[in-house]
Each structure stands twice: as C-alpha cells, then as structure tokens.
Write a protein that binds this ligand. Structure first.
Ligand SMILES: NC(=O)C1=CN([C@@H]2O[C@H](COP(=O)(O)OP(=O)(O)OC[C@H]3O[C@@H](n4cnc5c(N)ncnc54)[C@H](OP(=O)(O)O)[C@@H]3O)[C@@H](O)[C@H]2O)C=CC1
Ligand SMILES: O=C(CO)[C@H](O)[C@H](O)COP(=O)(O)O
Length: 468
C-alpha cells in the first residue's frame, strides 16, 4: 500500500480539521492520537474521505506508514506535551524527516527546540496556524518558521490546504526557527486588540445606548459590508444574533463577563517590552481580560465606589464606526512595529508585505484593512511606520476625530474603553513633535545622576540642580 504523504498527530479540534483538509486535497494522511479510542470515531465521521486516511494506534506503526523523508504535523498543546512528544518520536525517525509544531507555541521555546535538532539530521518547524476549526478544515492561514529543506517538503501540501486570496495561498516561509510562531503570536495579539475594541463598542451601545443584542448584531452586520469588513466583525454580528436554547435569550446575555486567554496575548506583550516596544492596544486588551476575571470584586466595587460619571451624549453610530476603523489601524500598526523590532533583533528579515498578504484570508484577523496594509508595505513606509503611510494617514485624518469623541464620551459616562483609549493615546503621542520626556529625564538626572541629552549640544549632560 502506498505510504502516507504526511502524518498528523493530535486529533483534537485543529488536528482533525487539518487532517480532513489534507485528505480533501487528495493527500494520504496517517493519523493518530494520544487517546486512541478517539481515532476510530474520527475516521468514521470522515465519511467519503476515509480512503485518504490511514489510522494508526501505535506510534511506530504511525511513523512507518509515512513516506520518507517524513513530514509529521503535531497539533497538541504547546510546552511540556510537545517536548515529551519530540523525545518519544525522534528515535523512531530517520535522516531528513521533519517534525512540525502547528500549535500556538512560545517562539523562545521553538528556537530552543530547533537548536536541539541541529546536527541530528532531523528538522523542526514552528508553524502558526490561524482560522480556528473552520479555517483549519477549509483553508487556514499558516506562518512557517524553519529550514529551507523542511519548507520544500511541506510547501506543496501547505499551499494546497491554505486559504486562497485571489488564488494565492495564504501560507509563507517567513524565516528560520521561531519566526513563524513569533508572527502567529503577534497575529493573536492584534486579534486580542481588535476583539476588545469590538467588545468596547458593543458595551457602549448596550450600556449607554440601551440597544439589545440583535440590534447591535445588525449594526455590526451593516459595518461588515464597508471598510470594516472582517471576520471578527462578521463573527461578532453572528454571535449577537444567536439564541440560547435553554432560556431563549440571546446567547451573549447568558455568558458570564469573564474572558480567559491561553498565552499568545501575554507573550506578545512580554516580547514587545523586551524589544523596547509598547503595544498598548494589545496590553489594554490583555488587561481587560485579566480584570474581567475579578468578577466578584467588581460586583462588590459597583456598590462601594462613588458614582463619578458625568452626562455625555451617546456617540453616533457613524462615530463608533469610525472609531473602530481608527482603532483597528492603530492596533495593527502597533503589532507590525513589534514584528519589525523582532525582525531586526533576530535578523529574520521578515517580509511585512508578505505577512499582510497571507493574513488577508483564512486567519481570524482577516479584513479589508489587510489588503490596504499590504499595498502600504509594498509602497514603503515613511520612517518605517504604518501610520505614516499616505493611505493610512488619510483614513486616520477622517476617523481619529470620531475616535476622540467616542473616547471622551466613554470617559465622561464611565464606559470602559481601554483599547480604543490606548489607541488614541498612542496616536496623540506619535503625533506630538515635542513631548514630555524632557521632564522624565530631568527627574532621572535630579535623583539618580543619569544624565540627559540637550537640544543644543551632543553628548551626555547633567543639570545644575543646586541643593534642592
Ligand atoms: N482551537 C483553535 O482555534 C486553535 C488552536 N491552536 C493550537 O492548536 C493546538 C491544538 O489545539 P486544539 O486542537 O484547539 O486543542 P484540543 O484540546 O481540541 O486538542 C488537543 C489535542 O492534543 C492532544 N494532547 C493533549 N495533551 C497531550 C499530551 N500531553 N501528549 C500528546 N497529545 C496531547 C489531545 O489528545 P487527547 O485526545 O488524547 O486528549 C488532542 O488530540 C494548540 O497548540 C492550540 O494552541 C492554533 C490555532 C487555533
Ligand atoms: O490561535 C487562535 C486563533 O488565532 C486560538 O483560537 C487561540 O486559542 C486564541 O487565543 P486565546 O485562547 O488566548 O483567546
């Protein structure tokens, strides 16, 4: 019997969908799972794709079923499970074989893992996969980090199963070792910011505008036909229209207001800070999720903290729309700054235009904006900043006034808008030729003799602070 083109280990949400996608594209796929009971039911549910699946319960049999040099995709949790699987499977593999970690992994771990493969004859790929279950099944966006050898092995299959934008596959070899997982991590950071901004607008319409879920869902549905067209706006609209079977209420109204996270948002922030960046919209989104978990405290605080809000009119739908548009550009611009800083620090030579290109379809943050961003990168960015690209400057000029009105109304009415506020603060900071860091430097030199640069001379100077 012909050997399988690829092996997929881990038949959870993502692994099973990717295995079916590969099978659907005509590849023979060897599959296995830690919990072997699940394998048969997975194959049974595959129906007419069963002929392209080779189910194995034993790891050695699984490895033997794949043609050499082998390509084996792991879709399991990052961290200890991945390390344990590498240790278990490596002795069963042979020269030229490639192990792919397709989970959301910390890129530092991917670099560490890649180093352990050097000189072994085996190859390791860190591949970010985005698109959730549906994307994995019918076309995800994939961000690959690894050797050229692994990419040439993986490429035909990855390109076949990837989402297509105007016929072009949304997958690319972005760099060595941790590059793919880093780009996926920042993708998720941008995702956090975008989701938070949508939630903030939902909150304004619900709490200040008195609109119900279906009405807000209709607003988002309408926005999805214009410049805000995106998977996240579309998904938010659909989620707002969904009805809970048990209570017959909108599902969003029966969901507890506590949001979790699995790591990628936090990793984006940690790496941004290490690289001397501050992705404040992502930090605001991460912070909002963390604060949301303090549910009991918030319920108590609502009765204990003084009422300090002031009258403010509810922003118009047009202002909210434009605020979202400005916030989205600023959130993406921060994410791409982090990518550029990492590219410089790790000498990855990341192709920002390519990244925007492969995010145009398949992934969770796919949107009309990404098409514009791709063009902006191709035309070159003044000072390396997306917000200075002519098309972005033009849109920001039209939409930031609305963002300002929305954030002002939110501040007065006590409606929390951490991500949109952070976006505006960042815009204002970047738009100010002379800021206030001179005061910070004066303070540092005053108490710590740290020195400062002068506006009228080069070198390091100290202030004459007297005896104060
Ligand atoms: N869900 C999503 O939208 C996305 C998820 N990802 C990433 O994909 C990966 C898989 O996620 P997802 O499919 O959602 O997760 P699921 O929980 O649906 O599936 C997890 C899979 O990993 C296996 N597994 C768990 N622990 C171990 C272990 N210690 N050793 C071996 N196998 C193990 C499980 O096997 P068993 O059945 O035996 O428990 C199962 O096959 C994760 O890294 C996730 O971050 C990436 C993009 C999107
Ligand atoms: O990678 C993804 C989407 O791109 C996953 O859905 C991931 O789980 C999202 O992150 P979190 O669970 O922290 O919200």
């Amino acid at each position: 019997m012909a050997k399988a083109d690829i092996g997929v280990y881990g038949l959870g949400t993502m692994g099973s969908a990717l295995a079916l996608n590969l099978a659907d594209n005509g590849f023979q796929v060897a599959v296995t799972n830690r919990e072997t009971d699940w394998i048969e039911s997975f194959v049974a549910e595959a129906q007419d794709l069963q002929g392209n699946l080779v189910a194995k319960h034993d790891l050695q049999d699984f490895v033997d079923a794949i043609q050499t040099p082998r390509t084996i995709l792991f879709m399991i949790p990052s961290g200890a499970p991945m390390d344990a699987m590498i240790e278990t499977i490596s002795p069963l593999l042979s020269e030229g074989d490639t192990i792919i970690d397709g989970g959301n992994a910390d890129f530092n771990e991917t670099i560490r893992r890649s180093k352990t493969f050097a000189g072994t004859g085996l190859h390791f790929v860190g591949m970010g996969v985005s698109g959730g279950e549906k994307g994995a099944r019918f076309g995800p966006s994939m961000m690959v980090g690894g050797t050229d050898h692994s990419w040439s092995q993986l490429r035909p299959m990855a390109e076949a199963i990837a989402a297509k934008f105007e016929g072009n596959p949304c997958v690319a070899h972005l760099g060595p070792d941790g590059a793919g997982h880093f780009v996926k991590t920042v993708h998720n950071g941008i995702e956090y910011a975008d989701m938070q901004m949508i939630a903030e607008i939902y909150g304004m319409l619900r709490d200040q505008g008195g609109q119900d879920a279906a009405a807000i869902g209709a607003v988002f549905g309408d926005w999805n036909t214009g410049p805000l067209q995106s998977y996240l706006i579309e998904a938010s609209s659909a989620a707002l229209h969904a009805i809970d079977e048990k209570t017959k209420q909108p599902v969003v109204d029966v969901i507890l207001d506590k949001a979790g996270s699995k790591g990628t948002g936090r990793w984006t922030l940690i790496e941004a800070l290490k690289l001397g960046q501050s992705a404040s919209t992502i930090e605001a989104a991460m912070g909002a999720r963390s604060w949301s978990s303090e549910k009991e405290m918030r319920s108590e605080a609502e009765t204990l903290l003084a009422e300090t809000t002031q009258a403010a009119s509810v922003p118009s739908l047009s202002d909210l729309h434009d605020a979202m548009q400005a916030g989205r550009i600023l959130g993406h611009a921060q994410g791409f700054r982090v990518l550029q800083a990492a590219s410089d620090a790790f000498e990855w030579a990341l192709d920002m235009s390519k990244i925007a290109e492969i995010w145009r379809a398949g992934c969770i943050i796919r949107s009309a904006l990404l098409d514009e961003l791709m063009d902006a990168f191709q035309n070159g960015l003044p000072h390396g900043h997306l917000i200075l690209a002519p098309a972005m400057r033009e849109t920001l000029a039209k939409t930031v006034p609305a963002l300002r009105r929305v954030v002002a109304a939110a501040a007065l009415s006590g409606q929390p808008m951490p991500a949109l506020s952070a976006a505006l603060v960042w815009y204002d900071t970047m738009a100010l030729g002379r800021g206030t860091a001179n005061m910070i430097q004066a303070q540092r030199d005053f108490f710590g003799h740290h020195g400062f640069a002068r506006i009228d001379a080069t070198g390091k100077h100290h202030g004459d602070w007297g005896e104060a």
